[in-house]
Write a protein that binds this ligand. Structure first.
Ligand SMILES: NC(=O)c1ccc[n+]([C@@H]2O[C@H](COP(=O)([O-])OP(=O)(O)OC[C@H]3O[C@@H](n4cnc5c(N)ncnc54)[C@H](OP(=O)(O)O)[C@@H]3O)[C@@H](O)[C@H]2O)c1
Length: 268
């Protein structure tokens, strides 16, 4: 059994990703603090959805915590007793920004296996990236089980926990940066006279296509960029403007701010 506790945007991306990849709805129990949201999830996915978080932890081999960071510790305290009573050991996987494995370990019964995960929402379409850091009581077999399940929705990478805040800046939050780029491109197309529909179709198609090329074996951003940068051509003219407008500086600043905020969320 898989539990998903606090099924908002990220929890739903996880749920949809798992079900699309073949996990049976009968193997998943979700919880949410509002009954109307539970009803919506039952209707949309055919899963058991309850307002009681313990229901999603009961009998769970893996219990995902997908609430906001400030709710993680209250939720862990709420489900602690149920986890201790489970016949099979439960692995608790928190997807919250900033909350360290040792902080989680202090909030669950002694010896509980915890994993800190940072996912991103493309998981919903089987195109996610998840980084994982294991707690001190997590066995290799438990880690392998978490990786196997998540790999049906995402590229999975284990990392040292000290790198988790930086990874958050590069993959947890970065879909947001790309949506901003898409929006800016569409607005620019409208400014240059295209209809919004056409600007949207061609801009988002180009971003999706570039994403496919970027993930091909041996592809590098620099080589792909060089391929389309004909000397004296249109792309180099545009790239020069982006460089001179400070796009690299903007990304250094954005990722620093994101990693800093991730650290702050864990320190309160
Ligand atoms: N969104 C992303 O792209 C993303 C990416 C990586 C990681 N994350 C992490 O995922 C977590 C969730 O983010 P999100 O964007 O999905 O936020 P969200 O949409 O607000 O989802 C959290 C959900 O948990 C519910 N909730 C809050 N307290 C609860 C409790 N005590 N028991 C049961 N349910 C409770 C909330 O209910 P209400 O609707 O009533 O507020 C909300 O629907 C965060 O910790 C974030 O750091 C998010």
């Amino acid at each position: 059994m898989i539990g998903i506790i606090g099924c908002g945007h990220m929890g739903e991306a996880l749920l949809a990703g798992l079900l699309n990849a073949g996990t049976s709805p009968e193997c998943v129990v979700v919880s949410h603090r509002r009954e109307e949201r539970c009803a919506e999830l039952r209707e949309r996915y055919g899963v058991v959805a309850e307002t009681n978080n313990s229901a999603a932890a009961r009998g769970a081999e893996i219990a995902f915590i997908t609430v906001k960071p400030n709710q993680v510790l209250p939720v862990l305290e709420e489900i602690g007793e149920v986890i201790s009573d489970n016949d099979e050991e439960t692995v608790v996987v928190s997807m919250a920004a900033g909350i360290a494995t040792n902080t989680m370990e202090d909030a669950v019964p002694v010896g509980t296996s915890v994993v800190r995960a940072m996912p991103n929402t493309p998981m919903r379409a089987g195109k996610g990236v998840v980084v994982l850091a294991r707690g001190k009581h997590t066995s290799a077999a438990q880690m392998a089980a978490v990786e196997e399940l998540l790999s049906t929705t995402s590229v999975v990478q284990e990392i040292a926990e000290e790198h988790m805040d930086v990874a958050t800046a590069l993959m947890g939050s970065s879909p947001g940066y790309i949506y901003l780029v898409a929006e800016a491109l569409i607005e620019a197309g409208c400014f240059l006279g295209l209809s919004r529909d056409i600007a949207t179709t061609i801009s988002t198609g180009a971003i999706a296509g570039a994403g496919v090329l970027l993930t091909q074996p041996d592809a590098t951003p620099a080589a792909l960029k060089a391929e389309i940068s004909t000397p004296g051509g249109t792309t180099v003219a545009a790239l020069r403007e982006l460089e001179e407008s400070g796009i690299r500086k903007a990304f250094y600043r954005a990722t620093e701010a994101c990693a800093r905020r991730s650290r702050e969320l864990g320190s309160h």
